[in-house]
Design a protein around this ligand. Structure first.
Ligand code: TXA
Ligand code: MG
Length: 343
């Protein structure tokens, strides 16, 4: 098991000395070429110093990540981001002013200081300024940018707790900073600013309309006309649990059907559903039911933990009650669609 350092923090108050000491240890590990898992407001990241190609290579090895999939670089502020971009358009300045620190990643032409391995050989770089006080403080203490994908094996569900990281990566990570459960629970919005028309490559906590408000112009959505290879990590199957996952409108019936076939079922409801007739199966241990909240932000916060829990329980299939269709649920639908993709 990797070493896990617990880091206490409270929004709006200075970090206690013990937390700063833990963050200083993490900074030393990173400066020495090590890998540290760090809490962010979205999911845990697996960090290395972005300008150290050998350390970054260890990220790819630890995750089993294809070399063709570039990494997000995390920075302390907009000034640090500018140093990594070949140009800083007005759109970038507006995004940073309105949404940083926060769960918005912007893609820009890369400056030469960004190693090719971080860019996966491309000429752009993804930049994000995280809001989580622990990682924000780490970036300031270290004084260098951090390349950090989600801290899970490639293709698996992103971690929202330190325990998820340890279970997925084990000793491949040198140190885990445990900052508790991630508040947002799903990965950042990725926004491509390299073209005339800004485009959301990956929906996330910052909605497309929030970006349009910040930029004062139209923003393209993901999918459809997205040029192939623009965001190599956005494969159809991603963020997937081990069990086969299905999203259905009338989940009670589907769950009943599966139980009658004798399989062990994980059931994610959206708001509490009346599954009265299925209560016997719950008691027999063949049905694992988790009621997720009917509000999008709270649902996002709990979704991955629920999927991790069902995987750990060893269910054969996961039935997800289809959430509402409004914009607030878009990123959740994106992740559920990927998780349910059959090869
Ligand atoms: O919330 C998050 O974004 C988390 C935390 C740790 O910051 N990170 C994260 O990283 O989700 P990762 O590597 O799991 O997902 C990053 C996505 C991938 O789909 C990748 O292909 C895309 O961003 N990406 C990275 N660099 C890119 C670039 N230069 N151009 C286009 N897409 C890029
Ligand atoms: Mg990931």
């Amino acid at each position: 098991m990797p070493e896990i350092l617990s880091v206490a923090w409270q929004a709006g108050t200075p970090l206690p000395p013990a937390s700063i000491a833990a963050i200083q240890r993490a900074a030393a590990t990173l400066a020495g070429g090590g890998l540290v898992a760090v809490p962010t407001e979205t999911v845990y990241g697996l960090a290395a110093v972005a300008t150290d190609p050998d350390a970054v290579a260890r990220i790819f090895a630890a995750k089993g990540r294809p070399a063709s999939n570039p990494l997000i670089v995390h920075v302390a502020d907009a000034e640090a981001a500018r140093a990594l971009a070949a140009s800083w358009p007005d759109t970038a300045a507006r995004c940073a002013a309105c949404h940083w620190p926060g769960p918005l990643t912007i893609v820009l032409p890369a400056a030469a200081v960004v190693p090719a391995i971080v860019r996966a050989g491309g000429d752009t770089v993804a930049l994000r300024c995280p809001e989580h006080p622990v990682t924000a403080s780490l970036l300031r203490i270290l004084g260098r940018p951090l390349a950090a994908p989600s801290a899970n094996r490639s293709g698996a569900i992103s971690p929202t707790t330190a325990a998820h990281v340890a279970a997925s990566l084990g000793n491949a990570v040198d140190l885990i900073l445990d900052g508790g459960s991630c508040d947002r629970g799903i990965e950042s919005t990725v926004l491509d600013l390299t073209d005339e028309l800004p485009r959301v490559l990956r929906p996330g906590p910052v909605s497309r309309s929030a970006v349009e408000t910040a930029l004062g112009c139209r923003v393209e959505g993901p999918g459809g006309t997205t040029p192939a290879g623009r965001s190599p990590g956005l494969l159809p199957k991603h963020y997937a649990p081990k069990a086969q996952l299905e999203v259905v409108a009338a989940s009670t019936e589907r769950v009943g059907e599966q139980l009658r076939q004798g399989v062990e079922v994980g059931w994610l409801t959206c708001g509490s559903l009346d599954g009265g007739p299925l209560a016997d199966s719950s008691r027999s241990g063949r049905l694992h039911r988790i009621d997720l909240p009917a509000e999008a932000d709270s649902y996002a916060r709990s979704l991955y933990a629920a999927l991790h829990q069902l995987d750990a329980a060893g269910v054969d299939c996961i039935i997800v009650e289809r959430p509402p269709q409004e914009e607030a649920w878009q990123a959740i639908h994106d992740r559920l669609t990927r998780a349910s993709h059959r090869e």
